[in-house]
Ligand binder design. Structure first.
Ligand SMILES: Nc1ncnc2c1ncn2[C@@H]1O[C@H](COP(=O)(O)OP(=O)(O)OP(=O)(O)O)[C@@H](O)[C@H]1O
Length: 611
C-alpha cells in the first residue's frame, strides 16, 4: 500500500480529483471487439457470479492489463449517478490515472490487492472497497484483472482469497479453451495438497501452457513455455505421448528437478479422435482408419454473438444430448463441419469415433467402397487386406455426411437400406455387420427442394430428417468485426507479430459480403497480417480477389445498386421474420420475383427461420 501511495504521489494526481479517463464511442467499440476472445473465456465464471452480486450489492468486472474496464456486471446501487459512470466499460483504472486502487495496483504488483475506503488515493473513491486479482494467460503473461467493488463498510477480508480463486478459475478456463489440438494434463502433488496443476502440451510434446499452480510446482519460468519438452520436465514424460488412453487412466509423473511425483490424469486429449475411443471395437479398428482430422473440436471453439448463430448453437447443444439425426444447412465455410464435430463431442457418443465423408467430393464409383468397405480381393485394384468403410469406422460414434444432396441416386438407395436395419455388408462380403451410428448430414442446398426436384429420395430425406440447424452466412451475421478480431488475435500468436486494423479495414470487414464465409475471412486475415509491415492492416493487404471484388462493386454502379437491393431485401425479410408475402408487399414486388431475387443472392434454399 505504501509503495503504491508513493508511486501515486509521483504521478502528480490530485488527491481530491475526480477523473474519468477512458474510452468512448468508436474507440470503445474497437477495444471491446479486440478483447472478445478474452471475454468469451471469462464469461462462464462471471455469469456464475451474477446471483451473488445481486444479493451482496457488489459489482464484478474485468479490466485489461492497462486497467481499462472490459466488462462490469452487478449492482451499482451503492454509487451515486455521477460516480457510476466511473465504473463503466472503457473507464481506465490504472494507477497513473486514479492512484492507489485495486485494479491499477494489482497490475503493477502482479498479486491480489484489496483497497478499502481511505486506502484509495483519490478521495472520490473513499466510499468504496475494491479487490483486484490479476489474471495470467497460459503462457504466464498478465492479461487483465478480475475486480470486485462494493460499499466500503461491506468489505470482508475473505474477499481477497475469493477474488484470487475466481481469477484462477478464469485462467483454467482459458487454458482449456486455448488448447484446441493439445493434450491437457491435470497433476496433483503427492503430498496432501488440494490444488490442481494444469499443463497443456502440443502433439510433439512441447509445453504450450501451464496454470499458476503448475508454474509454481514445477518452477517453470514463463519463457520456457513453448520451448521445453515434456521429457525435460518429467523423467517419464514421453509415456504421456505414447499413451492412447481413456480419461480415467492415472499416471505417475516424476519431476526431474525435485524428484517429486505427481498423480496425473489426461483431462483432454485433442490430438486425434480415436485416442478418445472408449469402445473396444473402435479401438481395434483405429489402426486401419484413414488419417482423420488432427482433433475433434467442441462448442467452445465456435465463436460468435450473432443472434441467429447463438440460436443455432443452442439448438445444436440440445440436439447433441439426443440421438436424433441432424441436418445442418449452411453455405460453404459457415462452420458445418466444426458444428458436427462439436455436437459429437457434446453427445453421449463422444467416447466413440467421429468420421467424416464428403459425398460431393468422391466419384460415384469410389463412394460405395468408401462407405461400405470391401473384403480382400473383392475387385481388381482392391487392397489385399480389404478396407473398412466409413459406416463401419463410425461404429459407436457419429458419421458426418457433408454435401449429402450430391449423393448419387443408387447410393441413396444403399444408404436408405442401412438406415432401415442398421447393418452393412462389405463389397464382396456376405456377412451383415451390425452398426450403431448417428448420422449428421449437411448441405449447402435445401434438401427438401432437392426432393421436390426429384434429385433426392423422399424416403431417405425422412430418415435423415430429425433436427434442422441453420448456420447463417457471414454477410448476415452482426458479429463480423468481433470474429475478425478473434481470428486476428490467433493469427498474431501464430506470426508472433502485433497488428491492428486500420479504420478503412474495419469498414471493409463490416461491408464486404464474404462469399467464402469464415474460411475466407480467416485466410484473408492471415494473408493481410503477414503482408502488413508497420503493424497496421490496410485494405490493400487483403488478397487480390477481395480487392477486385470491392473495386468492381464501387466501379460498377449497377453492381453497387444490386448490392443495395440485396441489403434492402434482406433487411425487409428480417423485419417480417421471413414472411415472404409481407416482404413482397413492403417491397412492392410479386412473391415470385422476390423468390427469384433471393435465388440471385444465394438463397436458392429459402427458409423462413433463416430470418
Ligand atoms: N463460429 C466459428 N468460430 C470459429 N471458427 C469457425 C467458426 N465457424 C467456422 N470456423 C472455421 O471456419 C473454417 C470453415 O469451417 P467448416 O469447415 O466447419 O465449414 P463448412 O461449412 O463445413 O465448409 P464446407 O461446406 O466448405 O466444407 C474452419 O477453419 C473452422 O474452424
Amino acid at each position: 500500500m505504501i509503495r503504491s501511495w508513493e508511486r501515486s504521489r509521483c504521478y502528480n494526481i490530485e488527491a481530491n480529483a475526480v477523473k474519468d479517463a477512458g474510452l468512448e464511442g468508436a474507440g470503445l467499440k474497437q477495444f471491446i471487439e479486440q478483447h472478445a476472445q478474452f471475454l468469451h473465456e471469462v464469461h462462464p465464471t462471471l455469469n456464475r457470479l451474477s446471483n451473488w452480486t445481486k444479493r451482496s450489492q457488489t459489482a464484478v468486472g474485468i479490466s485489461d492489463a492497462k486497467g481499462y474496464i472490459i466488462e462490469i456486471k452487478g449492482k451499482l446501487d451503492f454509487l451515486n449517478d455521477e460516480y457510476r459512470s466511473h465504473l463503466r466499460k472503457g473507464a481506465c483504472w490504472s494507477e497513473k490515472v486514479r492512484g492507489t486502487n485495486s485494479a491499477g495496483t494489482a497490475i503493477i504488483e502482479k498479486r491480489p490487492i484489496a483497497v478499502v475506503g481511505k486506502e484509495h488515493y483519490l478521495e472520490s473513491n473513499h466510499t468504496l472497497y475494491c479487490v483486484g486479482a490479476p489474471i495470467f494467460d497460459p503462457t504466464g503473461r498478465l492479461i487483465g484483472v478480475f475486480n470486485i467493488s462494493g460499499y466500503y463498510e461491506k468489505y470482508h477480508p475473505t474477499m481477497l482469497g475469493f477474488a484470487d480463486m475466481i481469477s484462477k478459475e478464469m485462467e483454467d478456463w482459458m487454458l482449456l479453451h486455448r488448447s484446441h489440438d493439445h493434450i491437457v494434463l491435470a497433476l496433483v502433488k503427492e503430498s496432501a495438497d488440494h490444488s490442481r496443476a494444469l499443463l497443456s502440451i502440443n502433439k510433439d510434446g512441447f509445453l504450450s501452457g501451464a496454470n499458476r499452480e503448475a508454474r509454481t510446482f514445477l518452477k517453470l519460468d514463463n519463457d520456457k513455455i513453448g520451448h521445453i519438452h515434456i521429457s525435460e520436465i518429467f523423467s517419464n514424460g514421453k509415456e504421456i505421448l505414447k499413451k492412447k488412453t481413456t480419461k480415467e487412466d492415472l499416471i505417475y509423473l516424476e519431476n526431474q528437478e525435485s524428484s517429486t511425483k505427481f498423480l496425473t490424469t489426461i483431462l483432454f486429449d485433442n490430438r486425434r479422435s480415436h485416442f478418445y475411443t472408449g469402445k473396444k471395437k473402435a479401438l481395434q479398428l483405429s489402426e486401419q482408419q484413414p488419417k482423420q482430422k488432427e482433433s475433434i473440436q467442441s462448442f467452445h471453439t465456435m465463436y460468435g454473438t450473432d443472434e441467429k448463430f447463438i440460436a443455432a448453437i443452442q439448438l445444436a447443444k440440445k440436439a447433441a444430448k439426443t440421438d436424433y439425426p441432424i441436418i445442418i444447412h449452411g453455405e460453404s465455410g459457415t462452420g458445418k463441419d466444426l458444428l458436427a464435430q462439436s455436437i459429437h463431442q457434446e453427445s453421449p457418443r463422444s467416447g466413440g469415433p467421429f468420421v467424416a465423408i464428403n459425398c460431393g467430393a468422391i466419384t460415384k464409383s469410389l463412394l460405395e467402397s468408401e462407405l461400405f468397405g470391401y473384403e480382400a480381393g473383392s475387385f481388381t485394384g482392391a487392397k489385399a487386406t480389404g478396407h473398412i468403410g466409413k459406416l463401419e469406422q463410425a461404429n459407436g460414434g457419429t458419421l458426418f455426411m457433408d454435401e449429402i444432396a450430391e449423393m448419387p441416386p443408387e447410393m441413396q438407395v444403399a444408404l436408405l437400406r442401412v438406415l432401415q436395419d442398421y447393418t452393412i455388408t462389405r463389397i464382396g462380403g456376405t456377412k451383415p455387420i451390425p452398426i450403431d451410428i448417428r448420422i449428421i448430414a449437411a448441405s449447402h442446398r435445401d434438401l427438401w427442394e432437392a426432393v421436390q426436384n426429384g434429385e433426392f429420395r423422399a424416403d431417405l430425406f425422412y430418415r435423415l430428417q430429425g433436427i434442422n440447424i441453420f448456420l447463417p452466412p457471414l454477410r448476415l451475421r452482426s458479429d463480423r468485426l468481433q470474429l475478425a478480431n478473434i481470428f486476428l488475435n490467433q493469427i498474431k500468436n501464430e506470426l508472433g507479430k502485433n497488428v491492428i486494423f486500420s479504420r478503412d479495414t474495419v469498414k471493409l470487414i463490416e461491408t464486404y459480403h464474404w462469399p467464402g464465409n469464415i474460411r475466407q475471412m480467416i485466410s484473408s486475415l492471415r494473408e493481410a497480417a503477414f503482408l502488413c509491415e508497420n503493424g497496421i492492416i490496410e485494405p490493400h493487404h487483403f488478397p487480390q480477389y477481395v480487392q477486385a471484388d470491392l473495386k468492381s462493386i464501387s466501379a460498377n454502379p449497377s453492381s453497387s445498386l444490386q448490392q443495395a437491393e440485396h441489403t434492402t431485401i434482406l433487411e425487409v425479410l428480417k423485419k417480417t421474420e421471413g414472411n415472404i408475402s409481407q416482404a413482397a408487399k413492403i417491397l412492392g414486388i410479386g412473391r415470385n420475383t422476390l423468390y427469384r431475387k433471393l435465388k440471385n443472392i444465394g438463397y436458392s434454399s429459402f427458409k423462413k427461420q433463416n430470418f
